[in-house]
Write a protein that binds this ligand. Structure first.
Ligand SMILES: *[C@@H]1O[C@H](CO)[C@@H](O)[C@H](O)[C@H]1NC(C)=O
Ligand SMILES: *[C@@H]1O[C@H](CO)[C@@H](O)[C@H](O)[C@H]1NC(C)=O
Ligand SMILES: *[C@@H]1O[C@H](CO)[C@@H](O)[C@H](O)[C@H]1NC(C)=O
Length: 464
């Protein structure tokens, strides 16, 4: 089967939209959006409902009207499109997904618990499959690939089956392993080709709720290809290899809000003209980042969705305003891609008097203390926003030692007035068992500096 894909994507700031098609079916049927809505392969229960419906519509001609509700948006309420889609039949392969789905209804102890110093009890309710890293507060999906690809489903598309492959390899971004796609030969691909897809099990979501979806990528060569990901077949995130340094892990996050009727979700990745590693996939409600057991990493209250929480704020310069605010209704942040509704921000009404500042710092936030292991590597991640290029810069310290500066003119800031990623790899020095992250605004002019999505995540020792 040849899968034609449309690389119909546009990049804007850090988020991009990708349209991918990857359903195949037999000849003489319309494998269109109606077909995809009727037979959502990652949802075996929906597929069996559709199959039962198809049996009635083909048996009794065109009289059946009990159209599956999940398909009516795409197929309408006349029989012709259902008949056409039913003729394709489901082409899903269930062996892995059926296992994944059944494991989500009962809880069993992880079969392959990674070595961990944290004390874990068997969760009473969990959608996380066995053989995955310990799911933390609110995590609905965990792709750490510590044992195998399972419960994800990987497919290499024809005609690339002999020249493209996948495996679970080491090192991972977090923990030992990662998922890796690889060129095994030279594919004869005239245009943009989709080589492979990795599909998650279906997991429950709550209508209307906001989620954060994370993953990490590693490209081992220069390529014009990209990894695209979608959530419930809607716009997800595109990671272009060309935008990232070769042979380095990079962390990504993207927001998702379940619509008013959406109560389950799945995600998939597709590799177009590229090979890469993939690791550390999480999908959790933003509210789960409130408190000191975040779904990912160690840092409490890093999304600011419940205010400062464990953070301490200091404001040496009384002329500035600082704090956690709901920024969604403020036009200053329009198109800035915040995660969730709240961010921490400092507003300077004018050029500050240095006498009121502490070494140019007007305001700062200091995280709760986290336990670290000497010699271990950690990701310090946050997003930063500057209302303009003259307001100032951001300094980051761990336990009062400076580790990083973000300037609004840095290339990685793309446009200052967008929440842009900051990606720092930090190693805990000998003897250090506790770390606290301090983020400072060094202010030189009028304007706003904002911070969101602060994470602190233990990494594999080999990460560079
Ligand atoms: C809500 O999400 C479902 C599942 O992804 C989709 O089928 C439906 O069209 C969406 N509804 C709206 C109003 O966007
Ligand atoms: C944030 O503000 C928006 C707009 O005023 C509002 O709709 C939303 O409910 C607020 N979010 C929270 C969590 O209060
Ligand atoms: C920066 O932004 C502030 C307010 O947001 C404004 O007062 C100031 O004039 C701006 N500076 C420049 C150089 O645009």
């Amino acid at each position: 089967m040849l899968v034609v894909s449309m690389a119909n994507f546009k990049t804007s700031v850090a988020l991009a939209v990708v349209a991918l098609a990857g359903i195949s079916a037999g000849a003489g049927c319309a494998a269109d959006n109606c077909y995809r809505a009727l037979f959502p392969c990652p949802s075996p229960s929906a597929v069996s409902v559709a199959s039962a419906f198809c049996a009635t519509i083909t048996a009794s001609g065109t009289t059946a009207t009990n159209y599956p509700t999940r398909a009516t948006n795409a197929c309408g309420t006349t029989a012709d499109r259902y008949i056409s889609a039913c003729q394709c039949g489901p082409t899903c392969s269930y062996s892995t997904l059926a296992t994944a789905t059944s494991s989500s209804s009962t809880t069993s102890a992880p079969a392959c618990e990674p070595p961990s110093t944290s004390t874990t009890s068997t969760p009473t309710t969990s959608t996380a499959p066995p053989c995955e890293s310990t799911p933390v507060n609110g995590n609905l999906l965990y792709g750490d690939f510590e044992c195998d690809v399972t419960p994800w489903t990987a497919n290499v598309f024809a005609p690339f089956i002999t020249v493209f492959g996948y495996s679970v390899t080491t090192p991972g971004f977090t923990k030992a392993n990662s998922f890796q796609t690889k060129f095994l030969g030279t594919p004869n691909c005239p245009t943009t080709c989709t080589y492979a897809r990795l599909t998650s099990p279906v997991f429950p979501v709550t209508p209307g709720v906001k989620y954060k979806y994370t993953f990490a990528t590693w490209f081992d060569g220069i390529s014009r290809g990209f990894v695209g990901t979608k959530i419930n077949d809607r716009a997800g995130r595109t990671v272009n290899a060309i935008d990232y340094p070769v042979s380095k892990w990079r962390f990504h996050q993207t927001p998702f809000q379940a619509n008013a009727t959406e109560n389950e979700a799945y995600v998939f990745y597709e590799w177009l003209n590229v090979e890469s590693r993939l690791d550390s996939i999480t999908f959790a409600p933003l509210s789960a980042y409130c408190g000191n057991t975040p779904p990912l990493g160690l840092l409490p209250d890093g999304e600011f969705e419940c205010g400062l929480g464990a953070w301490t704020q200091q404001k040496p310069d009384p002329s500035v305003t600082a704090g956690v605010v709901n920024i969604t209704a403020d036009s200053l942040y329009t198109g800035s891609f915040p995660m969730g509704d709240f961010a921490w921000r400092m507003v300077s009404p004018g050029v500050p008097n240095p006498a009121n500042q502490e070494l140019r710092v007007s305001a700062r936030i200091i995280s709760g203390a986290m336990s670290v292991t000497p010699g271990k590597k950690y990701l310090v991640y946050f997003t930063s926003f500057f209302s303009n290029r003259t307001v100032g810069s951001i300094g980051v310290m761990i336990n009062n030692s400076p580790i990083y500066t973000r300037n609004p003119n840095d290339a990685a800031q793309v446009t200052p007035a967008a929440f842009a990623p900051n990606h720092i790899i930090w190693t805990a020095t000998a003897g250090l068992t506790s770390a606290s992250v301090k983020i400072e605004t060094l202010v030189f002019g009028a304007g706003t500096i904002a911070i969101d999505s602060v994470l602190f995540v233990e990494l594999n020792d080999d990460v560079v």
